[in-house]
Write a protein that binds this ligand. Structure first.
Ligand code: NAD
Ligand code: TDX
Length: 340
């Protein structure tokens, strides 16, 4: 590995991975390739923008010509694909972009990567491909039962990765991460959305009874997990990157309010997300066997994260304007009005 293309590297987890790789592998050239959709943000990459082993190129992973060009320009030998439409609620409102990027985009990257003779393709996937896990834990060979257009599109991307490995012998690995939290997360996801709303004393729209369970993983642990699988994963294999730290949404919400010194009365139980999965849970034994170890304890990680949003209003205030407010209205106005 020498010249690594990190797609979606201007997003939440991709930028943590870029920052990690640039700092820890001075011999690698890290090229971030990102379309800069609403979720892409070059501010996330400011800490590395002047580093010699880092470059940024704007482009769409589903644009074959542009992908060919960037692979040639930088003699890319490794692709790590973080690029995706990533928000479940948006996939329910408008699935189109999810098929474009998470399915077609993944295919174009695989196809061009193969034609350019890359050495390894790492696909960043999610626990949502397993669907709702009522009891027990998902292991890597479990079947896929995705329930949202987002989860189905991620499952589609993964299946194409498998096909390229089996059919063409492309060296591939897949990571399946659990719910990730930390600095620089777009404020539509639970933790940054509720943190920044509560800071402004606004209502927190908790879906349904709030008893759904998610398994939380710190973004820096997620980035180190992808690094580990990229280097040590076996060709054709998938690896769960699980937080192994299950929490009810209501408890995460209460904790955020406590950390901010805000009243629990900000919580509003609004009509549920359509097709809402009650629980995700995975084991991380397979990734652990390769040497991956989480470093963050959730309680300390969540506290540090909430403090980060308190100390970095410059980062999120400018996001919560324009299109963001349009999305907020579409997603929440009726839900909040219905319980008044
Ligand atoms: P994000 O939405 O913060 O970032 C996605 C990035 O991809 C953005 O920078 C965006 O501009 C870019 N992008 C979107 N479409 C593109 C396209 N067509 N071409 C090039 N770039 C494009 O997402 P995230 O939360 O950082 O998630 C990163 C990856 O990790 C995704 O593949 C997601 O499915 C997966 N994942 C996320 C979580 C989570 O909890 N956030 C958990 C498990 C797995
Ligand atoms: O306003 C909200 N109210 C609410 O109750 C929001 C935004 C979320 N929720 C609930 C829904 C989920 O049960 O909180 C939980 C977490 O929601 P999200 O932050 O939207 O994440 P989730 O749907 O669990 O998906 C996430 O984890 C898996 C990421 O967004 C995906 O990209 C990843 O693959």
């Amino acid at each position: 590995m020498k010249n690594i293309l990190v797609t979606g590297g201007a997003g939440f987890i991709g930028s943590a991975f870029v920052r990690h790789m640039v700092a820890n592998y001075p011999d690698y050239n890290i090229v971030c390739y990102d379309k800069l959709t609403y979720a892409g943000n070059v501010d996330n990459l400011l800490p590395v923008s002047d580093e010699e082993n880092y470059r940024f190129e704007r482009g769409d992973i589903a644009d074959r010509r542009a992908v060919q060009h960037v692979l040639e320009q930088y003699a890319i030998d490794t692709i790590v694909n973080f690029a995706a439409e990533s928000h479940v609620d948006r996939s329910i409102l408008e699935p189109d972009a999810f098929i474009h990027t998470d399915v077609v985009g993944a295919y174009i990257l695989l196809d061009e990567g193969r034609k350019h003779g890359i050495e390894r393709f790492c696909q960043v996937s999610t626990d949502e491909v397993y669907g709702d896990i009522e009891v027990g834990h998902s292991v890597e060979d479990d079947r896929f039962l995705p329930n949202s257009p987002y989860a189905a599109s991620k499952a589609g991307g993964e299946l194409m990765v498998r096909a390229y490995h089996v059919t063409y012998g492309l060296d591939t690995v897949i990571t399946r991460g659990s719910n990730t939290y930390g600095p620089y997360q777009y404020p539509e996801k639970l933790v940054p959305f509720f943190t920044t709303e509560a800071m402004d004393d606004r209502p927190l729209p908790l879906y349904g009874d709030g008893e759904q369970i998610r398994d939380w993983l710190h973004v820096d642990d997620h980035a180190r997990g992808v690094d580990c699988i990229l280097h040590f994963g076996r060709p054709g294999e998938a690896y769960n990157l699980a937080g192994e730290n299950q929490r009810h949404n209501i408890n995460v919400t209460r904790r955020i309010l406590d950390l901010l010194g805000k009243p629990q009365s900000l919580i509003r139980h609004v009509p549920d997300r359509e097709g809402h999965d009650r629980r995700y849970a995975m084991t991380a034994e397979k990734a652990r066997a390769l040497g991956w170890q989480r470093q963050f304890d959730f309680d300390r990680g969540l506290e540090a994260t909430v403090r980060w949003y308190q100390e970095n209003e410059w980062w999120w205030r400018k996001i919560k304007t324009g299109d963001y407010l349009e999305y907020y209205k579409r997603q929440y106005a009726e839900r909040l009005a219905s319980i008044r």
